[in-house]
Design a protein around this ligand. Structure first.
Ligand code: MRU
Length: 349
């Protein structure tokens, strides 16, 4: 299984996902600023992994503060936290993980812990977040696999496997589990996922590593395939889910949900409860990241549109709950209406 981030002797090692699939380059850093930059540039990406990486990033900040004997470790941590928190706005896992760590260092501040105790407690919590994500991935994969039948042709979008999480992944984890653990034959269609090609570059790479048959299509080919009855199910991940079950995911997901609805194809979203924002009810409250226009008009340095043209580059869209057949979480599969069940789970996260 690919390990996209790894804590090693008080440094963080991560796979630079912008270079895949051509190059597998691992970077080791002790500088939290490099983690902030890696998150912003999508060297580290995928909602659950953002939570894990941000948590370890804060630990790097704490170690730096301890070693350099900053005057006030807690004000320093405040700054580190803020930098990590604002590195990407949509996936709620990032602030969810940082909130968990903040509870720890605020306790340390109140009780006047020595710097090493703060550092050690933060590292323990970050490791816990990673372990929980690993375990939840397996649960999500097992639950999701129940929805996939032998012979299914399954369409997915973006990348939701080991590169986006600590273990099997979410939507892609369910597909991989069905094939590798249950021996089901699944044909996967991977949307290329413009503008940054997480589907073509990362999902295809991951599945091929595991010898799972995958066919890449341009995003605008999904409707045609559905009209030809070549897609049995759609399964994707999520970056932030509201109480009523509206879900932000990679741009293009909403179009797939609409197409699935029209063609009466089941549309599933898989995610850990750390991706649920229990403070908001409706999708319109989710902050949507708008990225650099160059990603659209000069992908990988190749200019494809005239200089000066107007460009939009929202990185995510929101799928309203009524277009979702079922939600797959570590606690099981839920069918509409989602709100009551999600509210009941609020206290368990
Ligand atoms: O911009 P990215 O590559 O971080 O977007 C990732 C996605 O949209 C994934 O579908 C989502 O984070 C779920 S990952 C299990």
């Amino acid at each position: 299984m690919l390990k996209a981030v790894e804590w090693k002797d008080e440094t963080l090692q991560f796979l630079d996902q912008t270079l895949l699939p051509e190059e597998e380059v691992y970077i080791e850093t002790a500088d939290y600023r490099e983690v902030v930059e890696a998150i912003h540039q999508l060297k580290i990406r995928g909602a659950p992994l953002l939570g894990v990486a941000a948590a370890y990033g804060l630990c790097l900040g704490a170690i730096e503060g301890e070693k350099s004997k900053v005057r006030d470790l807690f004000s320093f941590l405040e700054k580190v936290d803020e930098n990590l928190r604002t590195s990407r706005p949509t996936a709620v896992n990032l602030s969810w993980a940082l909130d968990r760590l903040k509870n720890i260092w605020e306790k340390g501040k109140k009780e006047d812990w020595p710097p090493r105790e703060v550092v050690n407690s933060l590292i323990d919590e970050a490791k816990k977040i990673e372990e929980e994500d690993y375990k939840n991935n397996e649960k999500i994969a097992r639950h999701g696999a129940q929805l996939l039948e032998d012979g299914d042709r399954v369409l997915t979008h973006c990348n939701t496997g080991s590169l986006a999480c600590s273990g099997w992944g979410t939507a892609l984890g369910a597909i991989s589990w069905a094939v590798l653990q249950e021996g089901k034959k699944i044909q996967v269609y991977a949307d290329e996922t413009r503008p940054l090609w997480q589907g073509a570059r990362l999902t295809a790479f991951e599945l091929m590593k595991n010898s799972i048959p995958v066919t890449v299509i341009c995003d605008n080919m999904a409707g045609y395939l559905m009209s030809q009855k070549l897609v049995d199910k759609v399964i994707v991940g999520a970056d932030r889910v509201t109480l009523q079950g509206d879900a932000a995911n990679k741009i293009g997901t909403y179009s797939l949900a609409v197409l699935s609805h029209y063609h009466k194809i089941p549309f599933y979203m898989a995610f850990p409860l750390s991706s649920v924002d229990f403070n908001i009810k409706e999708g319109k409250e989710i902050p949507i990241e708008e990225r650099n226009p160059e990603e659209v008009i000069a992908p990988r340095g190749m200019r494809i549109a005239p200089i000066g043209v107007g460009v939009r580059n929202p990185a995510f869209d929101v799928t309203p709950h009524h277009l979702i057949t079922a939600l797959i979480t570590e606690k099981g599969i839920i069918y509409p209406p989602f709100e009551q069940t999600l509210s009941n789970w609020k206290t368990e996260v």
